[in-house]
Write a protein that binds this ligand. Sequence first.
Ligand SMILES: O=C(O)c1ccccc1NCC(=O)[C@H](O)[C@H](O)COP(=O)(O)O
Length: 205
Amino acid sequence: MAVVRIKICGLTRVEDVRLAARLGVDALGFVFYAPSPRAVTPEQAQILAAATPPFVTRVGLFVNPSVEQVEQTLRQVPLELLQFHGDEPEAFCRQFGRPYIKALRMRPDVQPEQAALAWPSAQGFLLDAYTPGVPGGTGACFDWQRVPRSQAQNWIVAGGLDAENVAACIAQTQPYAVDVSGGVEQSRGIKCPTQLEAFIKAVRC
Ligand SMILES: O=C(O)c1ccccc1NCC(=O)[C@H](O)[C@H](O)COP(=O)(O)O
């Protein structure tokens, strides 16, 4: 049975970074999008990145950033992977010389396999729920039947996952990875140790 990797998104506290890493998550997401309730500044992210142990991927999440914002963040924060969660075209995403994943918001007309062709340099695609006017972290699910069965791409399923539904999601979609934010929180940006542990157990079982 294939291992399903875990990304926890929207971390804002050192203790959550340390706990998530100890519990065995593969990647931690830091949100560099000021309107998000989970946003961190590069200065805050520097501290979170420094608290991250080896072999855990630090992911910087952007929504339609300027080139300068990404470059400035990369100068300040050691990030192994970028996540573009807006309408960034491929040429924009690849110009930073850093691996990246592209979020695809699952509007009814989006066909992931077709859409993915526009970002041939992406390492993977994060499929997230579509809620008009909110780019991510909505706590909403999309129809998992829309996740492609083909493993030609690394599909990362996100949107409304929690300890209660993630096992069913994995059984149905066989994703490369799952991503969660709100489903392991006690309040926005503050992760709940019990929910975090339950989520990871549910994925690993
Ligand atoms: O988390 C946010 O606040 C956020 C804001 C703007 C763009 C993206 C954002 N999060 C992206 C993620 O990778 C989330 O984990 C993903 O959207 C799922 O969130 P949730 O439904 O809360 O698990």
